[in-house]
Write a protein that binds this ligand. Structure first.
Ligand SMILES: [Zn+2]
Length: 182
């Protein structure tokens, strides 16, 4: 694929992703509760911003995501299951790498995906530090789709998302539901 074909493909993926995001937003807004105060009514759209997303090492897109303000005056962004807070790579890509680490060396994965060994090791460390116990205790790997994993994870650990960096203070995120379009 030459460069022009490649950017045309990225643009197509970006507009498909944007359409999916907006459908998700329309569904999610009907079921929202504020991750700060648990309020369920009176939300207002409080702007939007550009969000970079890496589908893989080669396909990188930008979509617009929506910020909401609650009556408690705090704001939060609406993120579908595939978008990990503060990470550019999508969940499906990162979980795929974590899964491959069981049977392949980091070097092999780097060769296959072009994602650097240091980034793979960084994700693996975060997984082991904050997420592995919950994944293994509740058998989350049994589910194939990353969106399903994200919904189950979020049900088990409200206001958190899989592969999110969890520090002493971590921004809370709204709940994910099975009947969202994902
Ligand atoms: Zn609130």
């Amino acid at each position: 694929m030459n460069h022009t074909e490649f950017s045309a493909k990225s643009n197509t993926i970006a507009s498909q992703y944007q359409i999916k995001y907006e459908a998700f937003f329309e569904q999610a807004r009907k079921q929202l509760n504020c991750p700060h105060c648990q309020n369920v009514v009176g939300f207002k759209i409080h702007g939007s911003y550009s969000r970079h997303l890496y589908i893989n090492q080669f396909i990188r897109i930008v979509i617009r995501v929506i910020r909401i303000m609650c009556t408690c005056r705090r704001t939060f962004v609406i993120l579908p299951p595939e978008i990990i807070p503060f990470k550019r790579y999508v969940l499906n890509c990162i979980l795929d790498i974590i899964k491959q680490l069981r049977t392949h060396t980091t070097y092999h994965i780097e060769q296959q995906t072009d994602i650097t060994i240091s980034l793979i090791n960084y994700w693996h460390l975060q997984y082991r530090q904050w997420h592995r116990t919950l994944f293994e205790t509740h058998g989350l790997w049994v589910q194939q789709a990353s969106t399903e994993i994200a919904i189950s994870y979020n049900n088990l650990r409200p206001v958190r998302r899989p592969m999110q960096i969890i520090s002493a203070w971590t921004q809370p995120f709204h709940a994910l539901f099975k009947n969202h379009i994902v």
